[in-house]
Design a protein around this ligand. Sequence first.
Ligand SMILES: Nc1ncnc2c1ncn2[C@@H]1O[C@H](COP(=O)(O)OP(=O)(O)OP(=O)(O)O)[C@@H](O)[C@H]1O
Ligand SMILES: O=C(O)C1=C[C@@H](O)[C@@H](O)[C@H](O)C1
Ligand SMILES: [Mg+2]
Length: 182
Amino acid sequence: MPGMKLAGNIFLVGLMGAGKTTVGRTLARHTGKQFFDSDHEIEKRTGVRITTIFDIEGEQRFRERERDTIAELCAMDNIVLATGGGAILAPENRQMLRRHGTVIYLRARIDDILARTLHDKSRPLLQTGNPRARLEELFAQRDPLYREIADLIIDTSHQNVNVLIARLEQQLAEAAARPTSN
Ligand SMILES: Nc1ncnc2c1ncn2[C@@H]1O[C@H](COP(=O)(O)OP(=O)(O)OP(=O)(O)O)[C@@H](O)[C@H]1O
Ligand SMILES: O=C(O)C1=C[C@@H](O)[C@@H](O)[C@H](O)C1
Ligand SMILES: [Mg+2]
């Protein structure tokens, strides 16, 4: 729904391969907001890929970089932000995202995520012998956290990206028209 008006920031959360980057770019174009991706910002700042940060510094240091980056991006206005899949692990990030914008949880089935990420080596947490088991663990741990902060939950399975975005924009417009309940 190009031209739709929805004030403020929109934050996309969800597992790797849920479509945050893909959906976020288009949503930003349709809403006239600036698009950011926290993973890309971290890569820009460090000058290296996420996998390299994991290899050299470890996941914990990556999470610190991610926290700093999320805090800076949350201080902006009128942006669409695709967050890293694990950004919601830190309670500070969850609080920050809730406070500073509308949070959309893109929910995907494990089978879809496996298919979408099969040939992509850029996600260090999936470079294991059994990516399905890893994804099941991540889903069990994170689904409640994504839900905890979500204003909207969108199921992305069996959805062509364009249809998905149209539905998402319709729900956002409906949510914006409703009196706030929280
Ligand atoms: N609804 C969809 N249907 C089919 N393919 C999709 C859909 N959404 C995204 N994809 C494809 O899945 C892949 C992963 O999408 P994307 O990179 O946007 O996910 P992400 O949530 O940003 O992942 P990450 O957390 O790892 O950055 C891309 O190749 C994208 O084209
Ligand atoms: O799910 C995760 O923990 C991650 C997802 C990606 O977006 C990257 O932030 C990184 O690969 C870690
Ligand atoms: Mg992404």
